[in-house]
Design a binder for this molecule. Structure first.
Ligand code: PSU
Ligand code: MN
Length: 307
């Protein structure tokens, strides 16, 4: 085990005895939702993972240590700090570690920690992707590169339409990342159950998903997979409401000259503010839904023969 990585005792025990573990990210806590719903949701997501037979490992960097598994106090600290805490993607990790700093990890950085710990399944809300206008801004989330290189399956509700979903799928194809639709033929768009774009393959059970993961890694192909799990229909938001909020948020970002790593948190915050409580409620429900599926996939993966 890497000397800079701490496993929570529950996580260490599970990994040591081949029991299922699900990684969870922390930027969704600090930058993805407001306090106190962020910490409440993070704890509820952990409980949901446990209820479905796996051990949760919320990842972050605390006082310069990589963490796979946090205490409730640490989760609450990240929730209270909100955007004051550093948003840590792959490139930020060395600096935060060297300075003994604390940071919330994005999908990319969480995958990296999960990969180091030997955790193969990860649940989040939405992944980062290719931003609209990327042909000029070059703004492509490091999440996509991480999916190309690190062997972790990421269960998400697709990606928010703040991104260019078509270009995001093209990028994932180029980099050899399978995009699996869980009980759907279309890529979910976070608040919406689908988008105009198809997934590579539809799978209908956690066992089928686990077999594809195992095949990929048995072939020593490395890299991750996207398991796209639609928001439960009853929690989906009306598309026109979401589209209007996103258009406004993008215009605001442009007008204020928001750039770099601030773009995604800015857009998330604006969309949350413009859609009010409905979008937050939907967001919470889709993360819980992803936690359930991720736990089932982790259980199925550990149950495969030859593991
Ligand atoms: N999309 C969401 N919610 C989120 C994020 C993205 O709908 O919380 C967060 C995740 O942590 C993701 C990160 O990894 O934003 C991507 O940031 P960037 O685009 O700067 O790579
Ligand atoms: Mn970016």
């Amino acid at each position: 085990m890497n000397p800079l990585l701490d496993l929570h005792p529950d996580v260490a025990a599970a990994l040591g005895s081949g029991r299922p573990v699900v990684a969870l990210e922390s930027t969704i806590i600090s930058h993805g939702m407001p306090w106190p719903q962020n910490a409440e949701t993070a704890l509820a997501v952990e409980a949901e993972v446990r209820k479905h037979g796996a051990v949760p490992a919320t990842c972050a960097i605390v006082d310069g240590r990589l963490k796979a598994g946090l205490s409730s106090d640490e989760i609450e600290r990240l929730g209270r700090a909100g955007p004051q805490v550093a948003k840590v993607s792959r490139r930020d990790i060395p600096v935060v570690v060297a300075r003994a700093g604390t940071g919330a990890t994005t999908v990319a950085a969480t995958m990296l920690i999960a990969g180091m710990a030997g955790i193969r399944v990860f649940a989040t809300g939405g992944i980062g992707g290719v931003h609209r206008g990327a042909e000029r801004s070059f703004d492509i989330s490091a999440d996509l590169q991480e999916l190309a290189r690190t062997p972790v399956a990421v269960v998400c509700a697709g990606a928010k339409a703040i991104l260019d979903l078509r270009l995001t799928l093209e990028y994932l194809e180029t980099h050899g990342v399978p995009v699996i639709g869980y009980r759907t033929d279309r890529l979910p768009a976070f608040y919406s159950v689908d988008s105009a774009f198809g997934v590579d393959v539809r799978l209908d059970t956690p066992e089928e998903v686990a077999r594809v993961m195992k095949a990929k890694w048995d072939l020593a192909m490395g890299g991750g997979l996207v398991i796209a799990n639609p928001i439960p229909l009853e929690h989906a938001l009306p598309r026109d409401v979401v589209d209007r909020a996103i258009d406004q948020a993008l215009a605001d970002a442009q007008a204020q000259g928001i750039a770099g790593k601030a773009v995604t948190p800015f857009l998330l915050e604006r969309v949350n503010a413009l859609t009010g409580g409905d979008s937050l409620a939907g967001n919470i429900q889709l993360v819980l839904n992803n936690a359930r599926l991720a736990a089932s996939v982790a259980v199925a993966y550990e149950g495969l023969a030859g593991r």
